[in-house]
Design a protein around this ligand. Structure first.
Ligand code: PEP
Length: 250
C-alpha cells in the first residue's frame, strides 16, 4: 500500500450561487465522517470567502480554480495569489485544460502561475493531459512530459514536494468518457518516472490525481492503481452524494 494519502478534489467550475454554495457545502460537511482521504473543494472566486467560513475546522481544504501569475498591479479582472491566501485558500488549480484551450494559457504561463502560487504559499495542483487527437497520434506521454517539464524547468523538481499533479486527458473531461484504469495508470507511472529521473524521493512522495468524468461507479478501481493517488472531479463534485461516494472509495 502506498504511503501517499489519497486526495479527492472538486472543481466546481463556473457553477452555483451564494445559496447553492451554502447548500452543497452543508451536505458535504454533514457527510465527512469516516472518510480516510484528504478533501479539497474549488468553488468559483466569488464564493471562496463564504466557503472558507463554512469549512473552517472541518478538515476540508479550499482551492481556487485559477490565479494570476502577477503579484499585483494593473491587471483588470485578475486575482492575485496573495488574495487567494487572504480568503482562506491553501490550493489552486494551475493549467486546467479549459484554461489552456479556451484562454490560451501556454506552458510558459502555466509554469509562471505555478511559481507564483508557491511564492504566495499556495499548493498548486498542476493539470496536464493530452487531447484526443494527440492520444490517437501516440503523443500522450510526450505531451504530458512537455507540460510537466515546462514547470520543472522553472520551478525545479524539489518544488514538486509542495505540489500536486493532476492527469486529466482532455477527451475525458466533461464527456462522460473515462480513461480506463490501465490507461490512466500507464500515464501516471510515466509522470512519476519523469520525476524519479530527477529525484526519486520527490517522485515517490508526489500525489498524482486522475481527472476526467470520475463518477462513483469506477472510481474505486481507478484509485486502486498504484500510481493514482486520488481524483480531480468536475461534474460529480456538484452533487454532494456523488462527491462523497467518490471520497469514500478513495
Ligand atoms: C475537471 O474539470 O477537472 C473534470 C475532471 O471534469 P469532469 O469530472 O466533469 O470530467
Amino acid at each position: 500500500m502506498s504511503a501517499r494519502r489519497k486526495l479527492v478534489a472538486g472543481n466546481w467550475k463556473m457553477h452555483g450561487s451564494r445559496s447553492s454554495t451554502d447548500d452543497l457545502l452543508a451536505l458535504l460537511v454533514a457527510g465527512l465522517d469516516g472518510l480516510s482521504c484528504d478533501v479539497l473543494v474549488c468553488p468559483p472566486y466569488p464564493y471562496l470567502a463564504q466557503a472558507h467560513t463554512v469549512l473552517q475546522g472541518t478538515g476540508v481544504v479550499l482551492g481556487a480554480q485559477n490565479l494570476s501569475e502577477h503579484v499585483e498591479g494593473a491587471f483588470t479582472g485578475e486575482v492575485a495569489p496573495s488574495m487567494l491566501r487572504d480568503v482562506g485558500c491553501t490550493h489552486v488549480l494551475v493549467g486546467h485544460s479549459e484554461r489552456r484551450s479556451l484562454y490560451g494559457e501556454s506552458d510558459a504561463i502555466v509554469a509562471a502561475k505555478f511559481v507564483a502560487a508557491q511564492a504566495a504559499g499556495l499548493v498548486p495542483v498542476l493539470c496536464v493531459g493530452e487531447t484526443l487527437a494527440e492520444r490517437e497520434a501516440g503523443l500522450t506521454q510526450g505531451v504530458v512530459d512537455r507540460q510537466l517539464d515546462a514547470v520543472l524547468q522553472v520551478a525545479g523538481v524539489s518544488a514538486m514536494r509542495q505540489a500536486v499533479v493532476a492527469y486529466e486527458p482532455v477527451w475525458a473531461i466533461g464527456t462522460g468518457r473515462t480513461a480506463s484504469p490501465a490507461q490512466a495508470q500507464a500515464v501516471h507511472a510515466g509522470i512519476r518516472a519523469v520525476l524519479a529521473a530527477r529525484d526519486p524521493e520527490v517522485a515517490a512522495g508526489v500525489r498524482i490525481l486522475y481527472g476526467g468524468s470520475v463518477k462513483p461507479q469506477g472510481a474505486e478501481e481507478l484509485f486502486r492503481q498504484p500510481d493514482i493517488d486520488g481524483g480531480l472531479v468536475g461534474g460529480a463534485a456538484l452533487v454532494a452524494g456523488d462527491f462523497l461516494a467518490i471520497c469514500r472509495v478513495a
